[in-house]
Design a protein. Structure first.
Length: 95
């Protein structure tokens, strides 16, 4: 129990930041998809791709500005890694 308390004390704020950014990405993805389907003539596959892309860009931007501690890494390289992990997560969800 002491280890959990120390972990929360040391990393609780970071975990909250990750959660808030992730939640905002979910809202962008689901909300963007719903809006695109309801108000544009795009098909659901294109709408899903567009909303996923918007959510990934938003999440990366917020993580880069607010959550990540390693801001000294080259932005393009960090973004590519972030996108690859996001696409990997998407593929796992589609299985």
């Amino acid at each position: 129990m002491e280890r959990l308390r120390l972990f929360v004390k040391n990393h609780g704020l970071t975990a909250c930041k990750y959660s808030l950014v992730g939640l905002s990405g979910c809202v962008i993805d689901v909300g963007g998809f719903a809006l695109l389907i309801a108000y544009t003539p795009v098909n659901r596959f294109l709408a899903a791709s567009m909303s996923f892309t918007a959510a990934v860009i938003s999440n990366y931007t917020w993580h880069r500005l607010w959550t990540f501690k390693q801001r000294h890494l080259p932005m393009a390289r960090q973004f590519i890694k972030f996108v690859l992990v996001s696409v990997g997560g998407l593929l796992l969800n589609l299985l």
